[in-house]
Every structure is written in C-alpha cells, then in structure tokens.
Design a protein around this ligand. Structure first.
Ligand SMILES: *Cc1c(COP(=O)(O)O)cnc(C)c1O
Length: 460
C-alpha cells in the first residue's frame, strides 16, 4: 500500500462547507433535560421562551429530534467569508515532542473575532433580522463573543448592545474597541443601567463582575425593550447546533485521507466548541458505528465537570434566567481573581452534561501555568499564538501525545484550536514574567456555590 502524505493543512473547497448543521440530540437516548421556568418549576414553553429569544432559535432550542437543519443560504454566504477553516496536521509539534502520535487541530481563529464564536453569531443575528427585530443584547467576558456578535450585527444591520464583565472591560480595552468599531455599544457590568445591575452593585460594592451577572443585565434589557431579544454565545442547545459546522468540516477533511481519530479533545467553557467539534463523531458513537475517546478540558480554577454537581441551576447570577440541568459550581461561583485563562462560566451545556453523566466522554481539569507552558511550546513550533482557552486543549493533547511516546502507540489525536491570543497578552505577560499563579478552589470555596443551588420540586 502506498503511503499518502498528508499535507500540513487540509483545506476543503468552498463548496464543501456543510449545508446543514447536525443536531446531536437526535441520536441521544437520554435527551438533555429541558430548561425550567424558575417560577413554576415546569419546562419552559416555546411561548415563554419567545419573549427572550428569537422564534427560529426557540424552535432549534427545543428540537431534540431533527437530525439535520439546512443552513440558510445567507448564513452559508457569511460562512464563506472565513470558512472552511483549516484542519492542520501538527507535524512540527509531533517532532518537537518526539511522539509517534499523529496530531491534528481544527483552527477556528482565522477571522477578526479571533474565535469559533462567529459561527453561531452569524446564525443568531441572521434569525433576529429575519424576524424583523431592531437589535439584540448579550454579555461578553473576555470579549470574543461580543466581538463576533458585533461583526454579525453590523453585517445584518442590527443594533447590538453588549454587557461586558467589568474586569475585562478595564483590562481588555482592545477587544472593546473592536466591538465599538463594528458599531456595538459596550457597557461594563454590573452597571446602573439595569435593576439587576443596581441590586448586584448594592450587594457587592466594588465587584469586578462575572458572566452570570452580565447575562442578567442583558436579559433584562432585552425583555424590557420592544424589538429586542437576548442572544447567548455558548451553553445553549442552539449554539452547539451552529457550532457543529466545526466538527462536520473536520470530519470531512479527515475522511478525505481516511483518517479516524482515536482521541478528540476540546476546551470547555460553556461547551459550544467542544459540542460542535465532537458532534458528528459523537453521533457515530451514540449510534454504535464507531468509538472515540472524547476529553473535555477545563481550568482547575473553574472545574464545572470535574468537581461540579449535576443539578438544575440558574445560568445567571441575578437568578432571572431559566434553570438548566447541568454540571455546575452554583450561579454564585466566581473564579479567583488570579484566573486569567477564560472558560470561567459556572455551568456547562446541558447536552454535554448529559453525555458526560452517561459516560460518553471524559473530563479533566488543568492548572493555568501548565496551560501557558503548553501554549508556549505550541506557539514556538506551530506558529499560531493560541488563545488561553484553546491552550487547555493543547495541554491535554500534548499530555496524550507524551503518553504515546512512553507506550509507543501511534494514536491519532484531534483537538480544537478555538482561537488566537493577541488580546490576551496581559496573561502572557504574567506568564513570561513568572508572576502567574495557580489557584485551585478548596472544597469550602465550592460549598458556598453549591449552597446557592435552587430547590426544584422533584429534583434531589
Ligand atoms: C468562548 C471561547 C471558548 C469557550 O467557550 P465554549 O462555549 O466552551 O466553546 C474557547 N475558546 C475561545 C477562543 C473562546 O472564545
């Protein structure tokens, strides 16, 4: 058999961009638990949801059965601005590590927002426009989601209002200015523009904010202004659906060369890139057609999967959002201030939570200094300056490749490289100066978050 040399980059052609998203839920025997109305404890109806979210997105959110959603032509056209994204064979990293493992990564940082988040922003802004809305509101932490959404909103001519976690607003002024350049208005959260923001400020004067708190503010503004809806960049089923484009492209590229990954790795904040990357592979696994090891990687300072509880919880600090059944640290949990690497949401996608609970995937937590060490190894040989979030996946991929070096196994590893780190250079500076520290929350720290979990009838 003649060996086909696999190129450094496997590109698909423009007309190989997927024309339908894949809905993983269709193949799950145990469906993700429904969102609940926090007032009644009953599953949220489409009608209740449509006050918060766009109609088409409500449909997608609730649909556990339709396997494929055709991607509207307008969104396909948007995708063509920056997709297909390359699938890279990390020959240089393999050589550097001296591993017999074959490492591939799917690179999603090749657009101005710098991350995979544009895949869902393009879809959500499109549906908002279709519905005739004036604009959308959202929250952003480090700013990737807000940037992606502001790009999509300017494309579709929609108003975009972003609540940005205060500490990021102050420490990451560059991404804030990208958002403003694309026409978004950006408010540091908690703010005095909302009732919930004022309440949080009164209870926690001087707080630097959290994602959960910014979500509360964005939702309040959406539901109290006609013509506005709220959009979210991760966690929700609809977001994982849109992000399936990552996995579908990755699989199509690997299939061209007959390559089947043994291990698939992704960082996990709210679960959207990981859910998207693994979608078609997990589908095969659920249908019993193939088997893959799937690993979610999270920060040791915000360990939702590895130390969280699988329970109904609020998605926001203000406790005005629906309840989601997920691995959670409690909606009051805020990672320690020395945590620089993103992935700071207290909860996790309900789809991934159910799959993890049912044993279809693994999770591990890694400390941030080891994440930046991995980022540096990667940057020096593969050229790309990775986002700290993505570097959690790099860390696990390197660890798995080094295990192969010990055992001599030639495993094929695929990981998601979700974005670039140009706006994270303060964190790189701390690492380079040797001032970066690790903090692993104690059980007592976590107990405070768990104590705030809501009582839901019928749940233990
Ligand atoms: C937002 C973000 C993540 C984490 O979000 P998920 O929903 O878990 O994918 C990871 N990497 C980058 C670059 C991001 O911007």
């Amino acid at each position: 058999m003649s060996e086909v040399k696999i190129p450094y980059k496997i590109y698909l052609s423009e007309n190989e961009i997927p024309t339908a998203w894949y809905n993983l839920r269709a193949d799950m025997k145990n469906k993700p638990a429904p969102l609940l109305n926090p007032g009644t404890g009953q599953p949220l109806t489409a009608e209740e949801m449509s006050g918060i979210f766009c109609e088409e997105l409500v449909k997608q959110e609730l649909d556990n059965d339709t396997a494929y959603y055709p991607i509207p032509q307008e969104i396909q056209d948007f995708y063509k601005m920056y997709r297909p994204s390359p699938l890279v064979r990390a020959y240089c990293l393999e050589e550097k590590l001296g591993t017999p493992a074959k490492i591939y990564y799917k690179f999603e940082g090749n657009n101005t927002s710098g991350s995979h988040k544009l895949n869902s922003a393009a879809a959500q802004a499109y549906y908002a426009k279709q519905q005739g809305l004036k604009g959308v509101t959202t929250e952003t932490g480090a700013g990737q989601w807000g940037t992606a959404l502001s790009m999509a909103c300017s494309y579709y001519n929609l108003d975009c209002k972003v609540f940005m976690v205060k500490i990021s607003y102050e420490q990451k002024p560059f991404r804030r200015e990208v958002m403003r350049t694309y026409g978004a208005s950006v408010t540091p959260s908690p703010s005095t523009e909302t009732a919930v923001g004022k309440k949080i400020l009164a209870e926690h004067p001087g707080t630097t904010g959290s994602l959960g708190c910014a979500i509360s503010e964005a939702v309040e503004v959406a539901v109290s202004n006609p013509g506005y809806r709220y959009v979210l960049g991760s966690v929700l089923n609809q977001v994982l659906l849109h992000q399936s484009v990552i996995g579908l492209e990755a699989k199509a590229a690997l299939d061209k060369y007959g390559v089947k990954p043994d291990i698939i790795i992704g960082c996990a904040g709210g679960g959207s890139n990981l859910g998207g990357l693994i979608a078609p592979f997990m589908g095969e696994k659920l249908r019993g057609e193939a088997d893959y090891r799937i690993i979610a990687v999270e920060p040791a300072s915000c360990p939702s999967f590895t130390r969280g509880k699988f329970a109904y919880d609020f998605c926001d600090t203000g406790m005005i959002c629906p309840l989601a059944k997920m691995y959670t640290l409690g909606s009051g949990f805020i990672p320690s201030p020395n945590h620089a690497g993103g992935l700071r949401f207290h909860g996790m996608s309900t789809i991934l939570s159910q799959l993890y609970h049912d044993g279809y995937m693994e999770a591990r937590a890694v400390e941030q200094t080891s994440v930046f060490e991995a980022a540096e190894i990667f940057a020096r040989v593969e050229g790309i300056l990775p986002a700290p979030e993505s570097s959690h996946a790099i860390k696990a991929a390197i660890d798995e490749a080094l295990k192969c070096k010990e055992t001599g196994e030639e495993k094929t590893i695929l990981f998601g490289l979700t974005g670039t780190g140009y706006f994270d250079l303060m964190a790189y500076q701390q690492f380079n100066d040797g001032t970066m520290t690790d903090y692993i929350p104690t059980d007592e720290d976590l107990a405070k978050g768990f104590a705030g979990l809501p009582q839901v009838p019928g749940q233990d």
